[in-house]
Design a protein around this ligand. Structure first.
Ligand code: GLN
Length: 195
């Protein structure tokens, strides 16, 4: 069974743990560097990216996570987690930093007003079994992808909301909330392939 962690500083940690367990993974919350060292893959949950960033620095987790990403550990970020994976972000608050690794620019809180939260169906490159039902909650968008990253899903207007780059996977929406299993399966496949 793949041993995977969910960064458990803030956000929807429980939903990810439940999804990963349901898919047969040995899933545990990760708060400390020694806990990170014990897993073969990491999920960065949705929540508030500026808070997760602050806590990660306070808990001495920023550098260990950056090294794990550089070493090729599979990491999947949803929403705030996607923001934390991005090499560059716009709309950051309070000197907010990211772990980085994903060659993309991500814009925080890209949907204003009435459409701040919404659900829609999306086609994802490489997925079989029909569209993904996606829940967007004060979601970011990927405003541009660099040479190393690849857009794998976009809204009908072309805005990118799912990206992949080697062992990194990011979505602006929350499959762990809508019961969509295919992104977590893709993440777990990367973890198994690397072991
Ligand atoms: N708006 C949040 C942020 O900037 C992300 C929202 C979410 O994770 N659902 O971190």
């Amino acid at each position: 069974r793949p041993r995977v962690g969910v960064l458990a500083l803030q956000g929807d940690v429980r939903e990810h743990l439940a999804m990963l367990a349901r898919l047969g993974a040995d899933a545990a919350p990760v708060r400390r560097p020694d806990e990170l060292a014990g897993v073969d893959g990491l999920v960065l949950p949705g929540g508030e990216s500026s808070v997760i960033d602050k806590l990660a620095r306070a808990f001495g987790m920023q550098h260990p996570i950056r090294s794990a990403i550089a070493d090729g550990m599979p990491v999947y970020g949803t929403c705030a987690g996607l923001i934390l994976l991005a090499d560059r972000i716009t709309g950051a608050i309070d000197g907010q930093e990211t772990f980085g690794g994903l060659d993309a620019v991500v814009a925080r809180n890209a949907f204003g007003g009435q459409t701040e939260s919404f659900e829609t169906d999306l086609e994802i490159d490489g997925f079989v079994g029909g569209p993904v039902h996606a829940a967007f909650i004060r979601a970011p968008i990927v405003s541009s992808v660099g040479e190393r990253a690849k857009a794998i899903g976009a809204l009908p207007d072309g805005r990118i909301v799912a990206v992949e780059q080697g062992n990194l996977l990011g979505t602006a929406f929350h499959p762990e909330v809508s019961g969509e299993t295919r992104f977590h399966e893709r993440f777990l496949a990367k973890v198994r392939a690397r072991r």
